[in-house]
Each structure stands twice: as C-alpha cells, then as structure tokens.
Design a protein around this ligand. Structure first.
Ligand SMILES: Cc1ncc(COP(=O)(O)O)c(C=O)c1O
Length: 384
C-alpha cells in the first residue's frame, strides 16, 4: 500500500523526537527542565473544570449544533464587546475543535487547489500543513527584526501573486511573541482589501501580553477572519476548544464545513468554557499572566547575559525566540546536546521554518520560576 503524497509530505515536529528522549531520560530518573511545550503549565481553572464535571453529570454528552451551543456563542460575543468594544453578532462566532480546526476550515474556505496564503517564516508550523491538506500552499516570507518578525504592507505588495488568496498574521506570534499594533492591523487590512484577498489573524495569545493589551483586528476590520482558542490564556489545551469569528457572508459555508468535518465541537468542553468568562476565573488567569511576565523577564535577562540574542521585543505568548549563533551553527544539534548533557529541553528553530533557523531556538517559559533559575544556572555552567 502506498500513502498519499500529501501524507508523505507532512513534516513531524523535531521537538517530538527530543520530547520522546526527554521521557526516556525522565523515566531513568534524570532531572530534565522542560522548556519545549506550547502549553501553559497551569491546570485548567477550577470553575471551568467543575463546570465540565457538572456537564457530564447532567448528561450534556450529545452532539451540539455544528457551530457551537448558543450560550457559548453569546458569551464569546459579549467578551468582544467588553474586551475590545466591538460588536460581533453571536452568529458570526464559530466554536471549533481548537483553533486547529478553525484554521483548517478557514483555509478550506479561502484557498482552492494551487492558491496560496502569505505568512511569515518563522511561524507556527501547522499552518502550511493545513494548506497542504487542501492542495493549496503557504507562501512563506522570511521576516526579521527589521519588521518585528511580522508581515508589512510592503511585503504583501512584494510577494502577492495571481494565486494569492490572502494573508495570515499572528499577534502575539509564535515563536517570536511580537505583536501588531492597531495601526499596523489596519494597514494590513487595507493592503489585503486592495488586492481582493482575505485577512486571517491568529489571536490565540491574546490575554498573554505583558506591556499592553493586544488589539483585535475586528476593531479595525469587520471582514477579517479571526482565530482564537481556549487553549492558551484560558489554560484548556486538552479540552480542544477554540473559536473563529467570520464575516457575515462566510457563516453559511463555514457551517457546512463544520457539519461535515467535525459534526460539532466537543460538548463537555463547551459547557465547561461557559465558566471561563466568570470574573473569578478571569482573576485567576490574570494572576497567571503576571507570573508569566515575571518568568519572561527573568529568562530574557538571563539568556541575554549568557550571549543569546533576543532580536525583537517579545511582548506576548510564552516564548522567547533567541539567536544562538554565539554558540552554534546547528541549533538542532545544540538542542540535543542541551538535553543530553545539561538536562534542558528547548525547541530547535527548524520547527518554525527555514529562515536562519539553524541559529535559532525557542525557549518556552511554561515552567516555574524556580526551574527557570535552575535552567539558567545549568546554561551558565556550560556556556558562561
Ligand atoms: C499560533 C498558534 N495557532 C494555533 C495553535 C493551535 O492551537 P489549538 O488547536 O490548541 O487551539 C497554536 C498551538 O500551539 C499556536 O501556537
């Protein structure tokens, strides 16, 4: 039997091999400080977990409408009004099986076979795979500190071609943590509108910003497609729940895609998520946010002192994307040796693209402050 070309072409994450080795080493009793994960180390907030249990107890275990239960769509709509001061009709809220499903559906809607979507390199690696699945392409654009690792109208102008269907940006971005201002979002919206394309904005790390709050693209452009999730700020990665906000005219085709691809988002998770917007939950999440900030500051200072270069100010998410060229020309090998010799798991740059990624590494600060101090001591011993 032969697997499809499509399946053969989908890459694995290199960090998964490192993770498998981490598990082996941990089972052997080695003390590994894990800074590879793309998920908060905090548990799901207690009220959310309790609401999930109550949902099971009361038999909320059947399919729901394909785009989510009305109460949750309304709660998300209310959240946009209170947080961003934008009116989003609940019908435009599409509850999804994580943002992953949202991305797959939005790309399925926007990109025919052979079409492309412009996005940054480095960037979140699954995006190009979702496009590959629908026989379309990610047009990867190398970005650096000059542009804060984000797309600009000039880059859109330069790289847009006859097959381009839209652009995808993320703010804050994975792996760099850089953000787009309201003005920058508006400028990108204008340039994509001029081209007749779609603007897709990944807002997954909203809430996890440490200098100023992130702006939603919906504050400046109601035609944009927004992806968000309960995974990151809300600490619900394993519940597999996210949402998309789509323009009015996209509701009907997205609903058909949702019906056919997923039937419905997970029911228990949807009822649990109703408690995510409770003031008590938000208070807990805000306290976590300030813990992340402290971790970021300690880690960023420590890494800079050692000679890692943080090329653009990481304003959000829980990652530091660092240039390690003082120590290596092969950050993948370097990550292996950090794991084997120093007991630190870090994600190699290669997982985020091809753009100078042999010099780059991503540290997640999804571990305790104490562990961050210990990791810095280990690095100092080796590199200092
Ligand atoms: C930028 C970005 N987008 C989307 C996702 C997918 O998240 P989920 O499917 O858990 O909502 C991730 C996960 O790491 C991410 O970092």
């Amino acid at each position: 039997m032969q697997w499809s070309k499509r399946a053969q072409e989908i890459d694995s994450f290199k960090v998964m091999d490192l993770l498998a080795r981490t598990n082996q080493l941990t089972n052997q009793g080695k003390d590994i400080i894990a800074m590879g994960a793309g998920e908060p180390d905090f548990a799901t907030p207690p009220l959310v977990a309790a609401a999930g249990i109550a949902a099971i107890d009361s038999g909320q275990t059947k399919y729901t409408p394909a785009t989510g239960i009305p109460q949750l769509k309304q709660a998300i709509s209310d959240y946009y009004l209170s947080r961003y001061k934008v009116v989003v009709a609940p019908e435009r809220v599409i509850v999804t099986n994580g943002a992953s499903a949202g991305l797959l559906m939005v790309f399925s809607l926007l990109a025919d076979a052979g079409k492309n979507i412009l996005m940054t390199d480095p960037g979140y690696p699954c995006n190009k795979q979702f496009l590959r699945l629908v026989e379309a392409k990610a047009k990867l654009i190398s970005v650096d500190q000059q542009v804060n690792f984000q797309l600009t109208p000039a880059l859109v102008e330069q790289f847009w071609d006859n097959d381009s269907a839209g652009i995808l940006v993320a703010s804050p971005a994975n792996p760099t943590g850089t953000m787009l201002s309201k003005e920058q979002l508006a400028q990108l919206a204008n340039s994509v509108r001029d081209k007749g394309g779609a603007l897709v904005v990944d807002e997954l790390y909203h809430g996890l910003t440490y200098e100023e709050d992130a702006h939603s693209v919906l504050e400046v452009d109601q035609d944009a497609f927004v992806l968000n999730s309960f995974s990151k700020y809300f600490g619900m990665t394993g519940w597999r729940l996210g949402w998309a906000i789509v323009p009015e005219n996209a509701i009907e085709p997205i609903e058909r895609l949702a019906q056919n691809l997923f039937i419905s988002p997970p029911t228990v998770a949807q009822y649990a998520a109703l408690a995510a917007f409770e003031p008590k939950t938000i208070a807990e999440l805000e306290s976590r946010r300030w813990q992340f900030k402290e971790r970021r500051d300690v880690l960023a200072n420590g890494l800079a002192k050692l000679g890692f270069v943080i090329e653009a100010q990481p304003q959000g998410a829980f990652y530091l994307y660092v240039n390690a060229s003082k120590f290596t020309d092969n950050s993948y090998e370097f990550c292996w040796s950090l794991l084997e010799e120093d007991g630190i798991l870090v994600t190699p740059g290669i997982d985020f693209g091809q753009n100078d990624t042999n010099h780059m590494m991503r540290f997640s600060y999804t571990t305790s402050l104490e562990n961050i101090h210990r990791a810095l001591e280990r690095l100092a011993k080796r590199l200092g």
